[in-house]
Design a protein. Structure first.
Ligand code: MG
Length: 181
């Protein structure tokens, strides 16, 4: 099976990394968990993103619960492709953060190209994604989607994919997927 996964919000906790960054830097910030995306309401959102990405935060984002162990187990039996909307310049930091993970490929493609690369080039059997617009887009492209349900902003996405609450659930969800194909 060809598995493709997003990284931020699915495997790594980008949101917590950003919150920790604002606290370290004494940047006033309020998190709105209902909304997708974490860098907003600054006079210069892109500048804030660049400042966050310029430091070491991107090398050391935390894995969500058992994501590392489960993915390494899956990687022994399946192709595992990781595609993130981080800009290509961030590849080294992302690679370093994911050094313990045995993936088939890793791409940092930027926001604009991500959907197309996954739908047209990778063509996975299953996609793991947390961004609501992309969950719907991959569903529409005929790709089976699993999404983490611990983010308030993925509420209601059951129309387009299968929710999971813990990474431990993934192997069984994938088995069910291959049976129904
Ligand atoms: Mg994401």
């Amino acid at each position: 099976m060809k598995i493709c996964s997003d990284v931020d919000g699915v495997i790594l906790n980008y949101i917590q990394g950003f919150i920790d960054f604002t606290q370290r830097e004494n940047i006033p910030y309020t998190h709105e968990p209902e909304l997708y995306g974490v860098i907003r309401n600054f006079p210069d959102n892109l500048g804030m993103r660049d400042q966050f990405h310029a430091g070491d935060s991107l090398r050391q984002l935390n894995y969500f619960d058992d994501s590392l162990q489960i993915l390494n187990m899956l990687a022994t039996q399946h192709e595992l492709h990781l595609v993130t909307a981080l800009e290509p310049e961030q590849f080294r930091k992302r690679e370093e953060n994911l050094a313990a993970l045995n993936y088939t490929s890793l791409q940092c493609v930027g926001d604009i190209r991500k959907e197309q690369i996954i739908v047209e080039e990778i063509q996975p059997d299953v996609m793991l994604e947390d961004r609501p617009e992309l969950i719907e887009a991959f569903y529409s492209a005929g790709i089976r989607v699993l999404f983490p349900d611990w983010h308030p902003y993925t509420k209601g996405m059951e129309r387009f994919g299968t929710p999971f609450s813990r990474w431990q659930e993934i192997p069984e969800l994938l088995q069910n997927a291959s049976k129904s194909n």
